[in-house]
Design a protein around this ligand. Structure first.
Ligand code: IPM
Ligand code: MG
Length: 362
C-alpha cells in the first residue's frame, strides 16, 4: 500500500443506470476504505446526455479540469435514445471518448472472470466457461475511433462516409508493454489479435508486438486474426490469458468476453494512462431499466476493486471487495440479469448493501 491515505475521486454518473450503479459502488468503496484507513473525497460532475442537457456539451472544459485534478475517476455510463439523433461528434459518447483522449488513457483493462456460482448464468455450457480468467487489454485512444480524416461527403457516387484506421508504432508498443507486464503477473501468455491477412495497420501491429515480445522472454506470444479470435472465445475461452488488441476489435471482443461471465453486468474495467485512471463498468446505460432499481451494480463494484488495487495500491482491500462479491453470489443473491429459473431478483440497491455488509464482515 502507498503512504497516501486520502484520495480525490471525480464521480461522473452519466446517463441511464449510471447514477444507480455508481451510487452502490461508492458505498462499497467507503466500506472498503474504512477497513483499510483510506479516505475518499468525492467530487461530482456531469458527462454524456446529462451534460448535453444541462451544459450544452457532452463534457465541459470545467469537468475536464476536474478530471485532471482527481486521483481517479469513476464513470457510470453514457448515452440513451433521447440523444440518438444527434450527429456523431455531438453525441453523449463523445464525453467519454473526449476524456479518454484528453487524459491519454491508452490502456483499457477488461478482466473477464467467471464466478463459480454464476457458471450456469452464461449462455454457454458450464464446462466451457467454468474457471475462465482472462484479461482483455484494449488500446483506447487511437485506431478507427480517432483516426483522421473522418466524415461524410458528397461525391459522384452519392454520399460517401469514411473513417481512418491508423496506429503508430509508439501507440502499439506502449499498450503491448501493458499487456506483457500484466501477463507476467498472470499465466504468462499473450494472444495478440489483429487482421494482418488484410490490413496494413495490422501488419505493423504484429511487427511491433513481436519486437516488444523480445523484452519478455518468459511470456508466450501467439497471434490470432480477429474473426478467428471471436470464434475461439466461445469455442474454448480457457485458452486465453491476456488478449491484446486495438481499439475497434477490443470494443467488440470485450463485449463477447463479458457474456462468458454470465452477464455484461459483471464486467469491470480500468482505463489507464501514464498519469490518470478512469474506472467504469463495460456495460452501457441500459435506458430500458433506468430508474427502476433493477440494474446489476457488480461491474461497477468490481471496477472499484480495480481502483483500490491500481490507484490506491491496496491489493488487500481489492481482494476483500472481490471476495465479498463472490460471497454474496454464493449466498444465492442475483440481480435480474443473472437470475436462474424460479429465483427472485434483488434490486440494485439491495445488491450494493449486501456487498457492503460482506466487505464489513471481512
Ligand atoms: C465501451 C463503449 C464505448 C466504446 C462507447 C460508449 C463510446 O462501448 O467502452 O466499450 O465504444 O468504447
Ligand atoms: Mg463497447
Amino acid at each position: 500500500m502507498t503512504d497516501r491515505k486520502s484520495f480525490d475521486i471525480l464521480v461522473l454518473e452519466g446517463d441511464g443506470i449510471g447514477p444507480e450503479v455508481a451510487a452502490e459502488a461508492l458505498k462499497v468503496l467507503d466500506a472498503a476504505g474504512e477497513g483499510a484507513g483510506l479516505e475518499f473525497h468525492y467530487h461530482h460532475a456531469l458527462v454524456g446526455g446529462a451534460a448535453i442537457d444541462e451544459e450544452g456539451a457532452p463534457i465541459s472544459q470545467e469537468t475536464m479540469r476536474k478530471a485532471e485534478a482527481a486521483d481517479a475517476i469513476i464513470l457510470g455510463a453514457v448515452g440513451g435514445p433521447k440523444w440518438d439523433d444527434l450527429p456523431t461528434l455531438e453525441r453523449p459518447e463523445q464525453g467519454l471518448l473526449g476524456l479518454r483522449m484528453r487524459l491519454d488513457l491508452f490502456a483499457n483493462l477488461r478482466p473477464a472472470t467467471v464466478f463459480e456460482p454464476l457458471a450456469d448464468a452464461s449462455t454457454l455450457k458450464r464446462e466451457v466457461v467454468s474457471g475462465i480468467d482472462l484479461l482483455v487489454v484494449r488500446e483506447l485512444v487511437s485506431d478507427l475511433y480517432f483516426g483522421e480524416p473522418r466524415g461524410v461527403k458528397s461525391s459522384d457516387e452519392g454520399r460517401v462516409a469514411f473513417n481512418t484506421m491508423r496506429y503508430s508504432d509508439r501507440e502499439i508498443s506502449r499498450v503491448a508493454r501493458v499487456a506483457f507486464d500484466a501477463a507476467l503477473r498472470r499465466r504468462r501468455k499473450v494472444t495478440s489479435v489483429d487482421k494482418a491477412n488484410v490490413l496494413e495497420v495490422s501488419g505493423l501491429w504484429r511487427e511491433v508486438v513481436c519486437e516488444v515480445a523480445r523484452e519478455y522472454p518468459d511470456v508466450e506470444l501467439d497471434h490470432q486474426y480477429v474473426d478467428n479470435c471471436s470464434m475461439q472465445l466461445i469455442r474454448d475461452p480457457s485458452q486465453f490469458d491476456v488478449i491484446l488488441t486495438g481499439n475497434m476489435f477490443g470494443d467488440i471482443l470485450s463485449d463477447e468476453a463479458a457474456m462468458l461471465t454470465g452477464s455484461i453486468g459483471m464486467l469491470p474495467s480500468a482505463s489507464l494512462g501514464a498519469d490518470f485512471a478512469l474506472y467504469e463498468p463495460v456495460h452501457g446505460s441500459a435506458p430500458d431499466i433506468a430508474g427502476q432499481d433493477r440494474a446489476n451494480p457488480l461491474a461497477t463494484i468490481l471496477s472499484i476493486a480495480m481502483l483500490l488495487e491500481i490507484t490506491c495500491k491496496d491489493a488487500e482491500s481489492a481482494g476483500r471487495v472481490r471476495s465479498a462479491v463472490e460471497r454474496v453470489l454464493n449466498d444465492g443473491y442475483r440481480t435480474a440479469d443473472i437470475i436462474g429459473e424460479g429465483e427472485d431478483p434483488v434490486p440494485c440497491s439491495r445488491m450494493g448493501d449486501l456487498v457492503v455488509e460482506a466487505v464489513r464482515r471481512g
